[in-house]
Ligand binder design. Sequence first.
Ligand code: EPU
Length: 302
Amino acid sequence: MRIEDPKLLTAFRELDVQWKPAVSLAELTYLGIGGTTDLLSICRHEAIPDLLNLLDGQGIPHKFLGGGSNLLVIDGELPFVVLQLADHDPDVVIEGNVASVDAAADLGRTVTFCAKHNLGGMEGLIGVPGTVGGALRMNAGAYGTQIGSYVREVKLYRAAARRLETLRGQQISFEYRHTSFAPDDMMLSVKLELPSKPYPEILQGIRICNEKRRASQPLGQKSAGCIFKNPPGASAGRMIDELGLKGFAVGDARVSERHANFFINAGHASAADMLALIAGVRERVRGAYGVTLENEVVVWNA
Ligand code: EPU
């Protein structure tokens, strides 16, 4: 979708919003899949309500992009514009046991920055790609750690109320890969309260998680992490593997040989290929186990 109205472009400048025309989402997502649209980069949180009123007033559909690590975007000219928070420097500030982190901050870098200040707890999250905001929205987790456990406070744009709000950790429910945030809420920053731990001890935990991940996940390849959520008491990866589907492909979209719940873009996969692969595998699992796997990956298809 293209924004060409000069009045709108002037209004963006007044709100410190940078307009980047014709951006390829394939270049902004870990899967390397997705069509083209205009991107609006937001420098000031306070400008968000005015920006969204402006877009809504003009009937311009929009979606919020985090780090693009858990996202599958359709092909072609996209029927919406994309909003993204600009990077802030510094994006992590530590006071005592509390790290105040910008939502646009890289999750892995945040874990190591806190570690260097002798704040631990998040070792399991090392290697989970994406931003802190993205991790927060879906309560990212790995190796027994989930980010929600450490949240003291979240600043967000509440789409329903059309304003910025600050929520205390207890006001938010964090479940397995799910939170009480609305789908169109936009994470802006978070205060994480972390346990004190000596840096060498945290580093040891980080090394162990890195090794486990390297041994079991296809790290160097284009993927969105796990495609499906694990159904209660079971492993989607194991089910897909047991059906002999490793290597099963539609075009260049392929079930990883390393971990069957990771689907790889092995070359020039289209969104249509990846969606067909997801549907095909879901159907095979449903037929064999009677379980309908739910997407973990977020799909932008309209
Ligand atoms: N397994 C297989 N074949 C496979 C993959 C896994 O037999 O191809 C078996 C493993 O041997 C193991 C069991 O299935 O016995 C579980 O596998 P794993 O330990 O790899 O964990 P997972 O349940 O597949 C979850 C998260 C990952 C996270 C790891 C480590 C989900 C959907 N996945 O994977 O998160 O990194 O645990 O904590 O919750 C993600 O969210 O994108 C993600 C990758």
